[in-house]
Design a protein around this ligand. Structure first.
Ligand code: NAP
Length: 284
């Protein structure tokens, strides 16, 4: 198959050199027999520099971008328009270049979307075989990642979603926005869940959340948004305390990328071989 070239995509973050996004999007493009010009671009940590960097990217012909830590909230303010899920998340992980409105005086406009939650739901339902309908779901954590997954999870029509966080006030505030229940971590004893999602960054520091061990009893799946070469501390905690299965967030990473790619290119990539390739590379 002849390889074509098309420009131009990027992921903005700080730091971003470690990002797997360029690799993932190249693997997606290869499925179409194409090469993709997708770069990891570090921007300095000020909102005005972020805005200037993104302006320059689109002025040079950029078609789409991913946005990662710590820029997702700034990206939400940058976008000219937002999808419902980006609005609900208060964060944008995907920019899409669109034609300008005639009266705007600009050469383009930027739509902000958030594909993180859709990526999680797709990984749960399609890759791990855990449909959301009728499930009791616990989200541990109340930061940006937790905020991004609540609406997509609710759209899967679970029986309930409960948010618990180390700082209980943050959990309550997030739960109030979506009209779901909140509890402090230590008040979870005796509660039962089908799906427990760790949306904290604890696993990056080698820490499992301080939750009562019995919450994993009868749990179908414990899912850590963090991914790693080895099972994370949260995954080990869950499996040792009765969870039937545990997974890390590598599948979500690839699925959120696939959703972004679809928004840009209208092509639904086959994610299974990409997840397998990244898992293999992670283990080396
Ligand atoms: P964040 O906004 O900084 O929030 C961090 C959250 O973790 C807060 O709720 C914080 O609780 C909690 N936390 C941190 N250490 C903890 C500990 N030792 N015990 C209990 N709770 C702890 O971070 P974020 O943006 O939400 O990201 C969270 C994680 O999701 C990151 O590690 C990121 O890598 C991952 N993520 C993965 C994907 C993917 O595609 N797989 C996508 C997005 C994010 P307090 O409120 O009490 O501080």
């Amino acid at each position: 198959m002849q390889t074509q070239h098309f420009a131009q995509f990027a992921v903005f973050g700080q730091p971003v050199a470690h990002s797997k996004s360029p690799r993932i999007h190249r693997l997606f493009a290869a499925q179409q027999g194409q090469d993709i010009d997708y770069r990891a671009l570090a921007l300095s940590d000020s909102e005005s520099d972020f805005r200037a960097g993104v302006d320059a990217f689109f002025a040079a012909g950029g078609l789409g971008a991913n946005i990662t830590v710590p820029f997702k909230e700034w990206a939400c303010r940058y976008a000219d328009e937002l999808s419902e899920r980006a609005h609900a998340a208060g964060a944008v992980n995907t920019f899409i270049r669109l034609p300008a409105q005639p009266e705007s005086g600009k050469a383009w406009r930027v739509r902000g979307d958030n594909t993180d939650g859709a990526g999680l739901v797709r990984d749960l339902a399609d890759n791990l075989g855990v449909a959301l309908e009728g499930r009791r779901i616990l989200i541990i954590g109340a930061g940006g990642a937790a905020r991004g997954i609540v609406l997509p999870l609710l759209q899967g029509q679970p029986e309930s979603v409960l948010i618990a966080n180390r700082s209980p006030g943050r959990a309550q505030a997030l739960a109030d926005e979506f009209a779901v229940e909140a509890l402090p971590l230590n008040a979870l004893a005796g509660r039962r869940f089908d799906i427990v999602i760790n949306a904290t960054s604890g696993s990056l520091k080698g820490e499992a959340p301080a939750v009562p061990a019995d919450i994993f009893s009868g749990c179908l799946l414990a899912y850590d948004l963090v991914y790693a070469a080895q099972p994370t501390p949260f995954m080990r905690q869950a499996l040792e305390n009765g969870a039937a299965a545990a997974a890390d967030g590598l599948g979500m990473l690839v699925e959120q990328a696939a959703e972004s790619y679809f928004l840009w290119r209208g092509f639904r990539a086959d994610t299974a071989p990409v997840i397998a390739a990244l898992r293999e590379e992670l283990s080396q």
